[in-house]
Design a protein around this ligand. Structure first.
Ligand code: DLZ
Length: 187
């Protein structure tokens, strides 16, 4: 084997190892994941009806994460809206109601042949972020933006391969953080 080939192989092994480490770090947020508990929290799920067969799996993913984290019975309310474009306003109203510790936003936007995708995806992301900053309630972005149905399906699988599951765990992590460590009346 030439030294150039050996060097290239070593370089590629190092790169793969680095990418693997980054991926596993990203899927393991810093908070102690084992200690997460949804008990006592009220959570809203705002989900669109467009691409319902995939969105339904995101809702199931979110529900199963909350169940795993011991959410109280009746602690989760689901609101359905026509499309992802309508998620931000419904999410804002849920957050403003004062009834929820977090709002999980779920939708599936698939690129079509018109610029519609870009407008809807951008407005949905912007609106959800704005509603969160305006109300101080965490609104989670569990909206899949995909080039095609296969890509969207890949993100609606099991556990951490499901954007709903992932967003629900993040919702509980943030609700705990804001209740336990960053409450306005805490010194
Ligand atoms: C119109 C539209 C299109 C083309 N694509 C999607 C999509 O992929 N995912 C989605 O959630 N909604 C889509 N919509 C509907 C819009 O979000 C919105 O409901 C309508 O434009 C009505 O305001």
């Amino acid at each position: 084997m030439s030294w150039q080939l050996a060097l290239r192989q070593l370089y590629s092994t190092r790169l793969n190892h680095y990418a693997q480490t980054l991926r596993s770090e990203n899927s393991q947020p810093a908070t102690d994941q084992k200690a997460l508990s949804a008990t006592g929290f009220r959570i809203a799920i705002v989900a669109s009806r467009w691409n319902d067969s995939i969105v339904s799996r995101l809702i199931e993913g979110a529900r199963s994460a909350l169940e795993e984290l011991s959410a109280d019975e009746n602690a989760v309310e689901i609101f359905r809206v026509p499309g992802s474009f309508e998620i931000p306003l419904c999410g804002l109203k849920a957050a403003e109601s004062g009834k929820f510790d977090a709002v999980i936003c779920l939708g599936v936007i698939i690129r079509g042949e018109t610029p519609h995708f870009d407008y809807i995806a951008a407005e949905t992301a912007r609106g959800i972020g704005e509603a969160s900053l305006k109300t101080g309630v965490p609104l989670l972005f569990g909206v899949i933006t995909a080039d095609n149905v296969d890509q969207a399906n890949d993100r609606a699988g099991e556990k951490l391969n499901n954007k709903g599951y992932e967003a629900a765990r993040a919702a509980v992590e943030l609700a705990s953080l804001y209740q336990q460590s960053l409450r306005a009346d805490e010194k």
